[in-house]
Design a protein around this ligand. Structure first.
Ligand code: ZN
Length: 217
């Protein structure tokens, strides 16, 4: 079955996709990987993409669609794709359905990892890192204790520069605005499953496994 997974930045979407790939023998499709793979193949098409990326240009929707079609049309991936980070907007979602249909497939499940924005913000803005051993703490959820290493007694607890509230709030807002119409599209098709993304990583995976097994049987 083909699956698409959605989740805001910091929700652990990448981790969960990898677990699904392993558990159900799926192939992950992220547009970034597709572009990099094509560049590494050194084909004419790949060289063309490399040129665009080098000059900082945006790779066109046509190129992306072309790469996605290559993957969908490949018999070894038939009904085995997990889409991660694509489609990003309604137009892409509609085009993807047309492509899937062309190769006698469909999207069977759209997973929506739900995490409360306030918690997500705290996960990211509360993150502090030991300047000596790089151990990570969170002032809200995992308050800094002393590190076990003696050298760390002189540590500083640093924050990453892009882990500030303004940046996070902006990223989450952009995500919500862009993703809402896509989620609504899959909701109307009746294939959305909301999954609580605020539990332990393995508890989230268990929930996902259960949802997928139920659909497969
Ligand atoms: Zn340390």
């Amino acid at each position: 079955m083909n699956i698409v997974i959605f989740g805001p930045p910091g929700a652990g979407k990448g981790t969960q996709s990898l677990r699904l790939v392993k558990e159900f023998n799926l192939s992950q499709l992220s547009t970034g990987d597709l572009l990099r793979d094509e560049v590494n193949k050194k084909t004419n098409f790949g060289n063309q993409i490399e040129e665009i990326m080098k000059t900082g240009g945006l790779v066109s929707d046509d190129i992306i669609n072309n790469l996605i079609e290559k993957k969908i049309s490949d018999p070894q991936f038939k009904n085995k794709i997990i889409f991660d980070g694509f489609p990003r907007n309604l137009d892409q979602a509609k085009k993807l359905d047309i492509l899937l249909e062309k190769y006698d497939q469909k999207m069977s499940l759209a997973i929506n990892l739900k995490v409360d924005n306030e918690i997500l913000t705290k996960r990211i803005t509360g993150r502090v890192i030991c300047s000596v051993c790089n151990k990570t703490f969170n002032i809200f959820f995992n308050p800094p204790k002393s590190c076990e290493i003696k050298e760390c007694s002189k540590r500083k607890l640093n924050q990453r520069s892009d882990d500030n509230e303004e940046t996070i709030v902006k990223r989450l807002k952009t995500y919500d605005e862009k993703t809402f119409p896509v989620l609504d599209y899959y909701l109307k098709k009746g294939i959305i499953k909301n999954v609580d993304g605020m539990q332990e990583i393995s508890a989230i995976s268990d929930q996902l496994f259960t949802v997928i097994r139920a659909l497969r049987s």
